[in-house]
Design a protein around this ligand. Structure first.
Ligand SMILES: Nc1ncnc2c1ncn2[C@@H]1O[C@H](COP(=O)(O)OP(=O)(O)OP(=O)(O)O)[C@@H](O)[C@H]1O
Length: 959
């Protein structure tokens, strides 16, 4: 079992870190033992798992790149793992594009992954340490976007992931309420209250008051005020001196905090320091009741966070530095996202309020190839922040962590419910060439969610569903990690089944050499991976052994031998026999026994290795073998002792529950019988134990599958709900859009109708005017030949009076015919408009009716009938025009009577029987056909009415 010989071929270097037992832990049983290194100078690489309280289970031995024991510090981890080479890889000190790096932690929930990767309140984690080295190494080569806005644009242009880039100052200003950024400035001394972590409810002011000095420090609910100036690393929760600050000061601080509370609960002094910030607190509160992985309606997006009070400075790594490319200039771009329920969510983009549900939601992002990245997939559409200093980067990290989903479970009070990705892109281009393209490599730091057993974690509902998803994705990760042991799979990425879920895609898709042959893209080096597996030697044996089984570089299984039970029983029986038998009998018996004993009790050494990388059932053939072997023995030398054998001795008839002392005989024969019975019993026990174990394993597997299936079902249901919601939203938006379009169309058609109506009436008026002119001519023409000089009351229509000659009658008839024709045409037009109207939807018809230019069928109003035209503009108009024509005619006549001398009102009375007309007209003197009409007929004038029959004919039946 040599991990080192293979490790060069693995996609990951795998390290194991053991966490110290929690203080006050009551479980003393340690199931994990670190093997001594082969040479004294070396570091341990192997561990052995001894199943607690179960001698029948296999003893497993695992190999890692290196094992870090409980006393290992963060600095030991940083130096002992290959984090520094990862940093060097992305910096590409010797030119070129560099190598992507991946640093991940894996382990059972609560085993210390977050502690390792993000540190604690007093200790920096590997992320902070890597960032520290990174920024110090490129101190003289880093560009500052604040000094040159063009830099941001050029970095944005070179980004292949369709990201939304912004400078840290802009991001932090909108994120932290009291952000002072790199400009410095004063920090508000907002106090922070530390509280027990299991309580997610903020205490009221009165609660705080009741726990203020005097109740410090040992009350579990005690509060602790921490000022910004405090160095968090120096805080010891239980050592806060009471009455350190005046009560009033504390109260005012607490009241001030009610606007932006900074409450944290820490019964454990080892809690990650981020948990003490307001961000972490609201993270807890926010994620306490996650619904569908989204923010609930009552929850608001991240805005105006309180900046962390202090960042820990320990361990100090100022002496550690990596080299960078002196001919290059660098920019650091940071992005953060999480994989939650197999979907990717940006942690730096605040959730947006959904129009439909009024809830704050985050849109899942795609992991895909883009135009600028055709050969490899990238998370598209992330928000990325250009950070020119370590401080900016740490503040961005804190902001992102605030968004990450965590929840309190039975196994860990602040348990990560998603796989968190912190990506540091190191952009690089030749120094002084502002037009040069930025190349880049990425160091991805991943804090995986921990595997957990629902029974231990006591999760339910959404948290249980999350756990199912977490376990499922970790199972796929396990499969990939097991496959990576096969060196041949390196060049054949398809052999590693990394496309089964988002997590493995994100972790493994850059692990293989680029297959792109395009010149423009260039070949990328496969990423370097460091996996730190964390384990609690006093924790859950089953969960730990499962994680170790698939993450270890090599495994060896040692199976204990079941016949040892038989040997134990026999040993007891022999001891009894030896103590009570006579010396002679005992002597002969002991000889015989020793022979039997040598036959049945000669078990192989306990730790004989059976196979490498074998599964738990490897011992099964062994059991079968033993069984057969012993059965053969029974059918030979001790067959007659078999309990089911009819030839068995008298003593074998005893009741199975008879007390032992009654069975005991002192003869060698009885001893043999007893031994045979015991052998059989032992074999039966072994067989049953084996069967039980197998059933247990099957049950466990099926339970795990059921939990995973249930979780899958839950998440599918959630997804279906979300999809339904999305579809509804889309339908709603589509409906709105169509409605707006239809309204526009309707308005346009209304305008068109209005125009047509106006045009129509214009034409009509024009026609009437022409007809009026004709009528004038008709009326005035007799005067030209001297006739009709006695006609005074000129008018339209028939019944002109007895004084009208035949010519006049003819012309009037022509005029009437014209009018009838016009009337006919109008009817047709109205009919057309009606048909059009009937073809429209009710919503569109109404406005047309309102227009009034289309006469409804019940509208009444007749053409040329003013008295009845109140409801019909068309009718009124026609009537008006009739009157005007009448007026024209009258005015023409009056003009004629006036001898064409001058202008003015002309009115006269006709001599005809029926002829009454009124009208006035301004007639240009000397012009017979003057049509400038100002119709305001005098009521005193007689009007020659048109025959009602004609005008009214089109009345009701038409309109
Ligand atoms: N090496 C260590 N030294 C001291 N304390 C540790 C160590 N490892 C873990 N702890 C403590 O154990 C607790 C759980 O650790 P942590 O939150 O890192 O677990 P985790 O594996 O990230 O859990 P989960 O998967 O549920 O998120 C924390 O209080 C942490 O401070």
């Amino acid at each position: 079992m040599e991990p080192s010989s293979k490790s060069h071929a693995n996609l990951f270097q795998v390290y194991l870190r053991l966490r110290p037992p929690p203080t006050g832990s009551s479980n003393p049983e340690r199931f994990l033992r670190v093997e001594d290194p082969e040479d004294d100078e070396g570091s341990p690489t192997h561990i052995t798992l001894n199943p607690p309280n179960d001698r029948r289970r296999a003893i497993e031995k695992f190999a890692f790149t290196r094992v870090f024991e409980e006393d290992a510090t963060q600095l030991d981890l940083f130096q002992g793992t290959k984090v520094l080479p990862l940093v060097e890889g992305v910096l590409a000190a010797h030119g070129g594009d560099g190598t992507d790096g991946l640093l991940a932690t894996l382990g059972v929930t609560g085993s210390g992954k977050t502690h390792t990767i993000l540190g604690s309140r007093s200790q920096r984690g590997l992320t902070q340490l890597a960032l520290d080295v990174l920024y110090r190494s490129i101190k003289n080569n880093i560009v500052d976007c604040n000094t040159s806005p063009a830099l941001e644009a050029s970095i944005q242009a070179s980004d292949a992931s369709e990201a939304n880039l912004s400078a840290a100052s802009a991001f932090l200003e909108t994120t932290y309420s009291d952000f002072s950024g790199s400009r410095g400035g004063s920090r508000a001394a907002t106090p922070m209250i530390v509280r027990p972590k299991n309580d997610f409810v903020r205490p009221s002011l009165s609660e705080i008051y009741s726990q203020l000095p005097g109740k410090f420090p040992d009350s579990p609910g005690s509060v602790r005020l921490v000022r910004h100036e405090d160095d968090l690393s120096k805080i010891t929760l239980l050592s806060t001196p009471p009455n350190e600050r005046p009560r009033s000061q504390i109260l005012s601080a607490a009241a001030g905090r009610s606007r932006q509370p900074k409450l944290a609960r820490t019964p454990s002094p080892k809690k990650h320091y981020m948990c003490l910030t307001s961000a972490a607190q609201s993270k807890k509160t926010v994620t306490k009741t996650p619904t569908k992985g989204e923010f609930g309606s009552s929850q608001t997006p991240r805005r105006n966070l309180q900046r962390p009070t202090a960042f820990p400075q320990v361990p100090d790594i100022s002496s550690i530095r990596s080299s960078c490319d002196p001919s290059a200039e660098y920019a650091i771009v940071i992005s953060m996202y999480e994989v939650y329920n197999d979907r990717i969510f940006d942690l730096l983009t605040p959730p947006v309020k959904s129009n439909a549900t009024k809830e704050y939601r985050r849109r899942p992002l795609l992991f895909k190839s883009t135009e600028l990245s055709p050969d490899r997939k990238v998370v598209a559409g992330l928000r990325k922040i250009i950070c020119s200093s370590l401080k900016d980067a740490l503040l961005v990290l804190e902001a992102g962590l605030h968004e990450r989903r965590v929840a309190g479970t039975g196994s860990n009070s602040v348990s990560s419910r998603s796989h968190g990705f912190f990506c540091v892109e190191v952009k690089k281009r030749r120094r002084g060439r502002s037009s040069a393209h930025w190349g880049g490599t990425t160091l991805s730091i991943v804090d995986l969610a921990g595997s957990e057993r629902a029974r231990d974690a006591k999760t339910q509902g959404a948290t249980l569903a999350e756990a199912g998803k977490i376990n499922e994705s970790l199972m796929y990760l396990g499969q990939c990690l097991q496959m990576q042991s096969d060196a041949s799979s390196m060049s054949k990425p398809n052999l590693v089944p990394f496309r089964q879920c988002k997590l493995t895609e994100l972790l493994f898709s850059n692990s293989f050499p680029s297959t792109s042959l395009t010149q423009s893209v260039g070949r990328r080096n496969p990423q370097r991976g460091v996996m730190i597996v964390t384990a609690d030697p006093f924790g859950d044996f089953n969960a730990t052994s499962q994680i170790l089984r698939y993450s270890a570089l090599a495994r060896e299984v040692t199976v204990p031998r079941i016949p040892s039970i038989t040997a134990t029983i026999l040993a007891g029986a022999q001891a009894n026999a030896a103590a009570t038998a006579t010396a002679a009998v005992a002597s002969s018996s002991s000889t015989h026994s020793s022979q039997q004993s040598s036959e049945f009790g000669s078990s192989p050494p306990l730790s004989s290795p059976l196979s490498n990388f074998s599964n738990n059932n490897n011992h099964q053939p062994y059991f079968q073998q033993q069984h057969q072997h012993q059965h053969q023995q029974q059918s030979g030398s001790i067959r007659h002792h078999h309990p089911n054998n009819n030839n068995h001795s008298h003593s074998s008839h005893r009741h199975p529950y008879q007390p032992h002392h009654q069975q005991r005989t002192f003869s060698p024969e009885t001893a043999d019988t007893e031994r045979g019975t015991m052998e059989n019993a032992a074999l039966e026990i072994a067989r049953m134990a084996e069967a039980i174990e197998q059933l247990h394993a099957e049950l466990a597997q099926e339970t795990a599958e059921r939990v995973a299936a249930e979780a899958h079902l839950l998440s599918l249901e959630e997804r279906a709900l979300e999809l339904e919601q999305d579809v509804r939203e889309e339908c709603y938006a589509d409906f709105e859009r169509r409605l707006a379009l239809e309204m526009g169309r309707w308005k346009a058609s209304l305008d068109m109708e209005l125009d047509r109506g106006t045009e129509h009436w214009d034409r009509k008026v024009e026609l009437m005017q022409q007809m009026g002119a004709t009528a004038t001519v008709v009326v005035t023409s007799p005067s030209s030949d001297g006739g009709g000089g006695d006609e005074n009351g000129g008018g339209l229509g028939r019944g002109v009076g007895s004084g009208v000659d035949d010519d006049d009658d003819d012309k009037e008839n022509v005029l009437i015919e014209n009018l009838e024709q016009e009337n006919e045409r109008l009817r047709r037009e109205v009919a057309v408009l009606r048909r059009e109207l009937a073809g429209r939807t009710p919503t569109k018809r109404a406005p047309l009716q309102e227009r009034g230019d289309v006469v409804s069928s019940g509208g009444g109003g007749g053409v040329g009938n003013n008295a009845r035209s109140g409801s019909s503009i068309g009718a009124a108009d026609i009537a008006g025009l009739g009157n005007r024509l009448e007026g024209l005619r009258v005015s023409g006549e009056s003009d004629r009577r006036g001898g064409g001398s001058g202008s003015g009102h002309g009115h006269g009375n006709g001599n005809g029987n029926n002829g009454n007309g009124n009208g006035n007209g301004n007639v240009n003197s000397g012009r017979r056909k003057g049509i400038n009409v100002a119709s305001s007929g005098s009521p005193t004038k007689k009007v020659r009415k048109l025959p009602a029959r004609r005008w009214d004919a089109a009345d009701d039946d038409e309109f």
